[in-house]
Write a protein that binds this ligand. Structure first.
Ligand SMILES: Nc1nc2c(ncn2[C@@H]2O[C@H](COP(=O)(O)OP(=O)(O)OP(=O)(O)O)[C@@H](O)[C@H]2O)c(=O)[nH]1
Length: 394
């Protein structure tokens, strides 16, 4: 009995020890798996190990039937890439916009054609031709010249049919608009540095808009452009310019402070353009009244400060065509201060004063290089004398 008792006790003790050992082994292996840090370079959990929410997946036990489809969680949508617009190629823009010119200048074009093709032209008829040209802001000198040329031709060639009159008028108008003027823009790197374009004009003529549209014209020609927001007078001008630039992926150099020194901003823009190896930098300036001497002095300073590091290759004067001949005095004052090399005539879509192209070129001896024909982003066109004359005779 005693032996049997001892044997049972030994069996119980040995069995307990074995069971304890087995349990201990199992626990430590699970803990090892959970706690062991991954070795450097060792593969992390594969995608298959990841539950849809990214947590480590649960272990399936063999034999268990999993019926539920794992929940599919949509991958987060990628952040939208900033869209950079592709502007319309500048060549041919004037042809696209000719209807706008034709509409606003029908008195000049159709009116003249009707008068001239109307048969015998007496003095009263010629006076009417003259009035039509003056109303279209052609200016007194150009009007007198054109009427004299037409009178001579009608006398020599005789009254012709409408096609003949149109041809005669086209030739004479084209002569006045002067196709021989150099209308190219300084938009190519010069001597290993970016070309520099300064844009000036009184407020409201459309300077900032023109700088934005011009950036698009140049981007469409594969140029690298930098904009300088030196209009620090009008708080929103720099934002406006930055928006224009951003649409076509062009950087804008600006000051965060209203009323900052415009010359300093212009200087920084030219410097940044050089560092970025841009093709061209375009500087917008504040609209200013030509009779405010201090403000004109400041514009002169902007130009001088730029010239400390780069010549200014082009000074574009923006003129509002709807102000007609009144813009001429402004133009002269700007010319004296900064020396204009080209004119941008804006808002030609909203005026019957298309003759201002001729008046302004003659008055200043500087070519019209670009014309604004609407508020759309690509409604700025390189000026093409033939397309212009054809449009107003449409
Ligand atoms: N219809 C028409 N509107 C134009 C044209 N060009 C500019 N504008 C409009 O003219 C207004 C004035 O343009 P801005 O570019 O702000 O004028 P700004 O000369 O920079 O004015 P400041 O910054 O105050 O000096 C805007 O409403 C433009 O959309 C054009 O060719 N046709």
């Amino acid at each position: 009995m005693t032996y049997v008792g001892i044997a049972v006790a030994i069996l119980v003790v040995v069995g307990g020890v074995i069971l304890g050992l087995l349990r201990g082994r199992g626990r430590s292996s699970v803990e090892d798996e959970r706690e062991a840090p991954p070795l450097p370079g060792s593969p992390g959990p594969s995608d298959a190990d990841l539950a849809p929410d990214g947590a480590i997946g649960t272990i399936e036990h063999p034999g268990e039937v999993v019926e539920e489809e794992p929940e599919v969680v949509a991958a987060p949508a990628p952040a939208p890439a900033p869209t950079v617009e592709t502007p319309e190629a500048p060549a041919g823009r004037l042809r696209r916009l000719r209807a706008r010119l034709a509409r606003s200048n029908s008195a000049l074009g159709k009116g003249l054609l009707a008068l001239l093709a109307g048969g015998s032209l007496d003095d009263a008829a010629w006076e009417e031709v003259e009035d039509t040209l003056l109303a279209a802001d052609l200016g007194v000198a150009a009007t007198t010249e054109l009427v004299a040329a037409l009178r001579t031709r009608v006398a020599v060639e005789g009254a012709t049919d409408e096609a003949g009159v149109r041809r005669m008028l086209r030739e004479e108008l084209l002569r006045l608009v002067d196709p021989a003027m150099d209308r190219s823009l300084a938009d190519e790197r010069v001597d290993g540095r970016p070309a520099c374009i300064l844009v000036v004009g009184v407020n409201g003529t459309g300077k900032t808009t023109t700088v934005g549209k011009l950036a698009r014209v140049l981007v469409a020609q594969d140029k690298d452009v930098v904009l300088g927001a030196a209009d620090t007078f009008r708080a929103a001008a720099a934002d406006q310019l930055e928006t224009w630039g951003g649409r076509v992926g062009v950087p804008t150099i600006r000051s965060e402070r209203d009323g900052a020194d415009p010359a300093a901003v212009a200087f920084d823009a030219v410097k940044a353009a050089a560092e970025l190896e841009a093709d061209v930098v375009i500087i917008d300036t504040a609209g200013r009244l030509q009779n405010k001497v201090g403000l004109m002095d400041e514009l002169g300073k902007v130009k001088r400060v730029i010239e400390k590091q780069s010549p200014v290759d082009e000074v574009l004067l923006v003129l509002d065509a709807t102000t007609g001949q009144n813009g001429m005095r402004q133009a002269e004052v700007f010319g004296e201060v900064v020396g204009i090399t080209g004119i941008v005539l804006t808002k030609l879509d909203g005026t019957a004063k298309g003759g201002i192209v001729v008046a302004v070129q003659r008055g200043l001896g500087v070519p019209v290089k670009l014309v604004g024909l609407g508020e759309g982003p690509d409604d700025l066109a390189p000026f093409d004398p033939e397309a212009f004359v054809d449009a107003i005779l449409d």
